[in-house]
Design a binder for this molecule. Structure first.
Ligand code: C2E
Ligand code: CA
Ligand code: CA
Ligand code: CA
Length: 268
């Protein structure tokens, strides 16, 4: 390609890009990355109304040898489509439980909770409950500090099976948070039936809470709904003291966002 000069470089690059960009290549690259342990978990603090860290959410990143740190939005959707989320999810659960064991071995971090995102496809696996219980046993963790974040997409089908699985884990102490609440399409009658512990207000509502009256009303409604269902409520994407004060006034007493800390590899 070099000898033919000028334009051929561009074509060569473009062809390469086309190949690299195919889903198959990305999927193979992910599979390889999983084998090579290129994935890492970051931890973002969750705080109470006194600003004290009560726990964290585990957020996956891909430390790619060429592309650098790849955000989950660039690979989770394909991982879900391809089914790779099952092995990636298993790795995430294992790694998160190891972190929880580490925290539980130290006096000043032993009461921390750790929230782990579980994709719908991962949760629907027949052996999901067994997988979680196996991790709890292997890592000798207090299961009441493990919180699984589910999304409303789980409510689309087979609510009975979802409730059954949740109850099996709940009897062992595992908690459940409904992530991105308000952005999906869960019916309120299903919401009432789910054995949840917490609702998580999506950052899309929190962002303009002080300037957009609709967002303020939605947020207020979610908080009131949580209170009437006996659920804790946490807000994500809290970036300013103004947002936090508004949430606090409305009765939301747990927060996560850049105001308190970005996700990092070494939350201590
Ligand atoms: P999510 O579960 O809603 O996670 C919250 C996202 O908001 C995270 O993005 C976090 O870094 C970001 N964030 C936190 N605080 C702030 C803030 O104050 N302002 C703004 N603008 N953003 C904030 P991230 O880490 O890029 O993750 C994106 C999404 O990828 C997650 O959304 C989740 O749906 C998915 N994801 C991340 N980790 C995992 C995982 O381990 N498993 C699965 N299945 N999905 C994951
Ligand atoms: Ca989440
Ligand atoms: Ca969320
Ligand atoms: Ca979100």
């Amino acid at each position: 390609a070099k000898a033919s000069g000028g334009n051929s470089f561009r074509f060569f690059d473009k062809d390469m890009l086309d190949i690299v960009n195919t889903r198959a290549a990305l999927e193979a690259d992910m599979r390889h990355g999983l084998q090579q342990e290129q994935f890492v978990l970051y931890y973002q603090p969750q705080v109470n109304s006194a600003g004290v860290v009560t726990g964290a959410e585990a957020l996956v990143r891909w430390q790619h040898p060429q592309k650098g740190l790849v955000p989950p939005s660039d690979f989770i959707p394909l991982a879900e489509e391809s089914g790779l989320i099952l092995s990636l999810g298993a790795w995430i659960l294992d790694t998160a439980c190891a972190k929880l064991a580490e925290w539980q071995s130290s006096e000043d971090t032993k009461n921390r909770t750790l929230a782990v995102n579980v994709s719908a496809r991962q949760f629907r696996q027949n052996d999901f409950v067994a997988q979680v219980l196996d991790n709890i046993a292997r890592h000798h963790i207090d299961a009441s500090k493990l919180k699984l974040e589910l999304t409303e997409s789980l409510l689309v089908d087979n609510v009975e099976a979802t409730i059954d699985k949740m109850n099996q884990l709940k009897t062992r102490g595992v908690g459940f948070s409904l992530d991105d609440f308000g952005t999906g399409y869960s019916s309120l009658s299903y919401l009432k039936r789910l054995p949840l512990d917490q609702l998580k207000i999506d950052q899309s509502f929190v962002r303009d809470i002080l300037s957009n009256n609709n967002d303020a009303v939605i947020t207020r409604t979610i908080i009131a709904l949580g209170q009437s269902l006996g659920l804790a409520v946490i807000a994500e994407g809290v970036e300013t003291i103004g947002q936090r004060d508004f949430l606090q006034q409305q009765g939301c007493l747990s927060y996560q966002g850049y105001l308190y800390g970005k996700p990092s590899a070494d939350l201590r």
